[in-house]
Structure formats: structure tokens, C-alpha cells
Design a protein around this ligand. Structure first.
Ligand SMILES: [Zn+2]
Ligand SMILES: [Zn+2]
Length: 339
């Protein structure tokens, strides 16, 4: 093994560089992972457009092979195939000890590393490693975003017989469709601003009604409205969802917006009299990996359904431009650092 690896860096406005940098040195409590697959997330676009004010490494949906372990890493060995939680939980803070590991953000993580998943190796704390077998790396790296989609279905408390609206058919919305079905949704309305491949994928994944390019108010819901809404679309769509919610409905929202679009208005009386819930699904820490990996391994979810493109690390910039410019046609792009 040489001491040099290839790693991608990002900087606003939408600049990317591939550099040869030293392979990180393993340290106590951390493991060195040879990255085999890392998928691109909408958050990566935010880094390229708004957040990366200085050059920085990126990529957080990662699967690979353990190639070295630091002192104190006892439950992993060289050669283990692992998916990486993009944030784990510490196990010792008050939230963790009160049984709410989902509310802990105190665990060590790799976000402060100089390089992350869009690189040939990544250094990761042992807390983030989750072993898997019988799954390709390309599918296993999707454990992170599918876990986020699963969190959205938990937050919305989807139950048997619910009429469910999936608003926004990006990767998270699409991933939520089969999960909501498995949780007992009786009818899923998948709604997107535009059609294209994403709408086709929604149908394939089990959406009962796919609607594109229409206002929610124009849809004839068979129960008058919906019981649950999973919103992974711009914040303003929350105000569109409120009028179509049934009594006691729950809206789960995930999304980041910059500028004026981050502020929304809605009729609080409507909200009150319909006894609605509006809940954030910010899936940090990223948990539920064992559940998601098992669903993938057992074929209840097919990772390939979500992967529209597989590209080499050397085409990082092109892949990011596709994410930005070809929204309807791109679902998940998986980057392979060794091709
Ligand atoms: Zn992500
Ligand atoms: Zn904790």
C-alpha cells in the first residue's frame, strides 16, 4: 500500500478538485476503511452551493472494507465489510441513558476529517461501523439514506390502513414509498413537481397514485385527504399539505432551504381544528442500519431500484453537475473510488 490516495474536495460556488493526499493514519478508537462505494446526497449539493466556504472533503453515504484498526477497536477486524453511520450516538449522555439514542449527537464522527467518503480511504470512529454481508457495496452504502427515509416513516407514525402522501420524489421520498407500504399504508399518493424517471420509479416502488405537475388541491383523494404526509420537498410545500390532511394527521418534514424559502406561513386555525402534527425528521444520528441492511439483504428493498448511475471518483464534478441539472432523471449516483 502506498501512502498516497485520491480524494475529492468541494468549495462554493460548485467547485470540485481531486487531489493526491496522504492516507489517514489509524488512531485509537478509529478504523481505516477502504471506501468501495459512496453515494451522493442532496446535502452534498448544499455543501457545493452554500456551505463549503473553504475547500473540504465530503461524502457521507459510505460502504467499504476495514483495512486497519486502532487500539481499543475490539469488535471489528481487517477484512470486515462495513457501512458507516454518518453520525452515531455516544451511549453515555443523558439522552442515550434515557433510551433516546436518536436524540444524541455527541458521538465521535468523521465530519471533521480533512477527507471523507469521496476518497479511496476514510478514517472512521468505531461507533460508526456496521458490519454487513451478502450485499454489494453499492447497495450497502444506501443504508444511510434509506435509514433517513425510515426515520421519516417512524416520525410520521405510519400505521395500518393509513392514506399516505409522499410529497417530493427525490431519493428520500422514493425510498419512503416501499417503507410506508411495509408499515401498512393502504394507499400512497406520490406527488412531484415534474415527471420523468423519478415518477416512473415511484410507480415501480409501489405508489398507488403518482401525480406530477399538479397542485395538491387538484387531487381527488379517495378519503378526502391523507392521514400522513412525508414531505421531502421545499418548505413551502408544508403549507400546501396542511389543507389536504385528514383530522389528526401527521406531517413529517425533512429538508434544508436557504434564503427566503426557509420561511413559511400557514393557517394556525386549520392546524388547530384539524389536530395536526408537524414533525421534523432530521435523521442525525443516522441509525437503523441493521434494519435497513436486513431489508436489503432479504430483498424487501432492492438497492438497484434507487441507483440510477454508478460513476468513478475521477468524474466527481460531472456526477455533481448531473445531480444539479438532471433532477428528473437522477435518483442515486454511487461513486466508486477504485475504478
Ligand atoms: Zn445524506
Ligand atoms: Zn449520547
Amino acid at each position: 500500500m502506498t501512502n498516497i490516495m485520491l480524494a475529492a474536495f468541494v468549495k462554493v460556488p460548485f467547485q470540485f478538485e481531486l487531489r493526491e493526499v496522504p492516507i489517514p493514519q489509524v488512531k485509537e478508537g478509529w478504523a481505516l476503511i477502504k471506501v468501495q462505494a459512496c453515494s451522493i446526497c442532496g446535502t452534498d449539493l448544499h455543501y457545493a452551493n452554500h456551505l463549503a466556504t473553504e475547500w473540504q472533503g465530503f461524502g457521507h453515504e459510505i460502504a467499504g472494507v476495514v483495512v486497519a484498526i486502532g487500539a481499543g477497536v475490539t469488535n471489528f477486524k481487517e477484512g470486515d465489510t462495513v457501512a458507516l453511520e454518518s453520525g452515531s450516538y455516544c451511549g453515555v449522555c443523558d439522552q442515550c441513558r434515557n433510551g433516546r439514542v436518536d436524540l444524541c449527537n455527541k458521538a465521535p464522527n468523521f465530519w471533521q476529517n480533512p477527507t471523507m467518503g469521496f476518497a479511496q480511504y476514510i478514517l472512521a470512529p468505531k461507533e460508526c461501523l456496521v458490519k454487513f454481508d451478502h450485499l454489494s457495496f453499492e447497495e450497502a452504502c444506501l443504508a444511510e439514506p434509506i435509514g433517513v427515509a425510515l426515520d421519516m416513516t417512524y416520525v410520521a407514525d405510519i400505521g395500518l390502513g393509513n392514506e399516505v402522501l409522499v410529497l417530493g420524489l427525490g431519493p428520500l421520498g422514493l425510498m419512503a414509498i416501499p417503507l410506508a407500504k411495509m408499515k401498512g399504508a393502504s394507499h400512497i399518493y406520490a406527488v412531484n413537481r415534474s415527471g420523468g424517471k423519478r415518477a416512473d420509479v415511484a410507480k415501480k416502488l409501489g405508489a398507488d397514485t403518482v401525480v406530477t405537475g399538479k397542485a395538491l388541491s387538484e387531487i381527488a383523494f379517495r378519503k378526502g385527504g391523507v392521514d400522513r404526509a412525508l414531505v421531502s420537498a421545499p418548505p413551502r410545500t408544508i403549507q400546501d399539505a396542511i389543507p389536504v390532511m385528514n383530522y389528526g394527521g401527521i406531517i413529517a418534514f425533512i429538508g434544508i432551504e436557504f434564503g427566503a424559502g426557509a420561511k413559511i406561513e400557514f393557517d394556525a386555525n386549520d392546524f388547530h381544528f384539524k389536530k395536526l402534527h408537524l414533525r421534523a425528521s432530521h435523521a442525525a444520528p443516522a441509525i437503523y442500519f441493521p434494519t435497513v441492511l436486513k431489508l436489503l439483504q432479504d430483498g424487501h428493498l432492492h438497492g438497484r431500484d434507487f441507483i440510477s448511475h454508478i460513476m468513478p471518483l475521477t468524474q466527481m464534478g460531472e456526477a455533481m453537475a448531473m445531480m444539479r441539472d438532471q433532477r428528473e432523471e437522477v435518483v442515486k449516483i454511487v461513486i466508486q473510488p477504485w475504478v
